[in-house]
Design a protein around this ligand. Sequence first.
Ligand SMILES: CC(C)(COP(=O)(O)OP(=O)(O)OC[C@H]1O[C@@H](n2cnc3c(N)ncnc32)[C@H](O)[C@@H]1OP(=O)(O)O)[C@@H](O)C(=O)NCCC(=O)NCCS
Length: 144
Amino acid sequence: MIFEPLRYEHLKQMAAIEPEAFSAPWTERMFIPEVESDRAFYKVGVNGSEVICYGGFHKIFDEAHITNIAVKKEYRGKGYGKLLLSELISLAKLNGVNSMTLEVSVNNHRARNLYESFGFVPSGIRKKYYPDGADAIIMWKNLI
Ligand SMILES: CC(C)(COP(=O)(O)OP(=O)(O)OC[C@H]1O[C@@H](n2cnc3c(N)ncnc32)[C@H](O)[C@@H]1OP(=O)(O)O)[C@@H](O)C(=O)NCCC(=O)NCCS
């Protein structure tokens, strides 16, 4: 697998992965501004033409707000999530980011374990943030 910057050609496969990853999936159309925006930073892990994983953030001042992180279902639990997150952290550092933040469902133990192992620290709760009524944990990681 290699990582590429986000391109239009990736969007169809990403939109197919979204419903198996998120309760409020993004559509292909919702990703279009992400390809075009100067403040959106994405990496897509591909094996040939197959999208394996993708993730990105919006840079707001010196902060990176992570938007999506997803690994295609059949590839989960094989270390791709870790590769992706370290790629995003490097991308953030290279672009002058000093801290990263994200929301994760209290019920998403796999993702919470991943983020905690990379030094993300819980810093607050957004009550009933998700469509299923689950609370979101807000996490931050300092990069400096
Ligand atoms: C969360 C997600 C990105 C992790 O990617 P992944 O490739 O499955 O994860 P990895 O194989 O790299 O494992 C990374 C860490 O996650 C945790 N993890 C992985 N599988 C796990 C499981 N079955 N149960 C609990 N924790 C698990 C572990 O901490 C693991 O590190 P370790 O192997 O050193 O113990 C992926 O599962 C996914 O796409 N899930 C659906 C979308 C999602 O929830 N995104 C995050 C929203 S905030």
